[in-house]
Write a protein that binds this ligand. Structure first.
Ligand code: AMP
Ligand code: ZN
Length: 471
């Protein structure tokens, strides 16, 4: 039985799908004005893990990831410029060009990370009609009011407002353009924003006619409109980074449940953030100027799957502190798995081992424990090929495909090996050994022959793995 932590109830709960054996799942997708960074990608890998766990449990999964290509403003207080329009202005390109470009980049990234394709990738800009219909419903039921710059949701009229974040929703700070004076309460949020007047000098590229005037939808309404369109008024699982709890998801619940009178989502899963160690631990963010991208890692010779492996080594409810040594260790372990697979004993996976791994996953999606169990079996030479390949349905590391590849040895490793060789020629054994251990830490090994040295993958030592997985 699958159990996981539900932000809504603040408990670890047993999962029960609304429909028998079919699960509806919605993930808040990217705002396509920049590349997704490793933090965003951690969240997408996590939601893939949830889906893969459901799949090995023989559920059918109907999954939607949206594309936010309009309406997400630079401030969470519904003020500022549309992030995509702003980027278009800076780059002197159309908002459409910017949005489609970053959407493609996002799709490339998730493919490289072995994230399974959702059933639909709906774009906010192509669901304006649905969003207007939903706002009309809210208006008819008396949940909205008008200000100078848009139609707002009146949070005081929705009794359960804020339960996702705990009763203590402090709300966002009123921004510069919409002051609290215009809004009835600080938590109220825009459902529809009017286009800025021409006198302001900022003509929008993306705008639509509506019963309230020309403008564009607020950010939150798109997720309510699109999730309910594809998955129904009530569905099972909704996922997004933990930063979405106090505003975006809180508002999604308010507007969806106010409109339908039904429970919107049963299980809310919020993976914790990826952090960087600078002076203190700080969150990686697109607008924080500290974004590390997947292509930055591949430029250094890492595989996207090294990053995937790294995310699996930390429980989803804990922050993931990203640094290169951890990524090196993840790479070493991943290469170690591949090297082991090539020589692993044949034979069917034992039921008891499968069960143990599955139970780690069913118990609040504990990937670090599941990986540790695999490594324990590897060290006892008890992990069969069949078991590894079965487990890989959930880990998503493409172990089989990768084991057939001729490994590309990263430039850095080749350079280190060369340097070591020249040290050896000068009989500087100590320095040469130091370099060898650096190479080994990064998951490669050297074999010296009469004709020279060979670089091989997967020098992972039991001690390293033990330390890494805290066995
Ligand atoms: P965005 O493209 O900014 O709308 O964010 C896409 C997803 O990434 C959302 O689910 C966010 O909650 C999530 N996210 C943003 N920053 C981080 C981070 N540093 N670590 C993990 N997830 C994040
Ligand atoms: Zn969303």
């Amino acid at each position: 039985m699958l159990r996981f932590y539900n932000t809504l109830t603040k408990k670890i709960e047993a999962f029960k799908s609304l429909k028998k054996r079919t699960v509806g799942m919605y993930t808040c997708g990217p705002t396509v004005y920049q590349h997704s960074h490793l933090g965003n990608l951690r969240t997408y890998i996590f939601q893939d893990l949830v889906k893969r766990t459901l799949l090995i449990m023989e559920y059918r999964v109907k999954q939607v990831i949206n594309i936010t290509d309009v309406g997400h403003l630079t401030s969470d207080a519904d003020t500022g410029e549309d992030k995509i329009e702003q980027e278009a202005r800076k780059k002197n390109k159309s908002a459409h060009t910017i949005a489609r470009f970053y959407e493609q980049e996002f799709k490339k990234d998730i493919k490289a990370l072995n994230i399974l394709q959702p059933d639909a990738f709906p774009r906010a800009s192509e669901h304006i009609k649905e969003q207007i219909t939903l706002i009309k419903q809210l208006q008819q039921k008396g949940y909205t009011y008008k200000t100078n710059d848009g139609i707002y949701f009146n949070t005081r009229t929705f009794k359960k407002y804020g339960i996702l974040a705990g009763m203590n929703v402090k709300g966002v700070k009123a921004g510069a353009r919409v002051s609290i004076k215009d809004k009835k309460s600080i938590n109220d949020f825009a459902l529809w924003k009017f286009s800025p007047s021409l006198e302001s000098g900022r003509k929008r590229q993306m705008e639509w006619k509506s019963p309230w005037g020309t403008g564009f939808p607020g950010w939150h309404i798109e997720c309510s409109a699109m999730s309910m369109k594809y998955l129904g008024d009530s569905f099972d699982i909704h996922i997004g980074g933990i930063d979405h709890v106090p505003i975006h998801h809180t508002n999604e619940i308010a507007q969806s449940e106010a409109a339908t009178g039904k429970q919107f989502v049963r299980y809310w899963l919020h993976p914790n953030l990826l952090m960087l160690k600078e002076k203190n631990k700080i969150r990686m963010g697109k607008s924080k100027g500290n974004a590390v991208l997947l292509k930055d890692l591949t430029a250094y010779g890492y595989s996207p799957l090294d990053f995937r492996y790294l995310t699996l080594t930390v429980h989803w409810r804990s922050p993931l502190l990203f640094h290169l040594e951890a990524l090196d260790a993840a790479r070493a372990a991943r290469l170690g798995l591949i090297a082991y697979l090539k020589e692993a004993p044949a034979g069917k996976a034992q039921h008891i081992h499968k069960q143990k791994i599955q139970s780690c996953l069913e118990n609040n999606l504990h990937t670090p424990k599941a990986l540790a169990h695999i490594w324990k079996l590897i060290h006892r030479n008890e992990a069969t090929k069949d078991l590894l390949l079965w487990a890989d349905h959930v880990f998503g590391l493409s172990l089989y495909k990768e084991s057939k590849k001729t490994l590309r040895i990263p430039k850095k490793i080749r350079e280190l090996a060369k340097e070591r060789e020249s040290l050896r020629k000068r009989k500087q054994w100590k320095e040469a050994d130091k370099i060898r251990s650096v190479i080994e830490k990064m998951g490669w090994s050297l074999r010296d022959t009469k004709k020279g040295y060979h670089i091989r993958a997967g020098s992972i030592t039991i001690e390293n793995v033990k330390r890494f997985h805290k066995i």
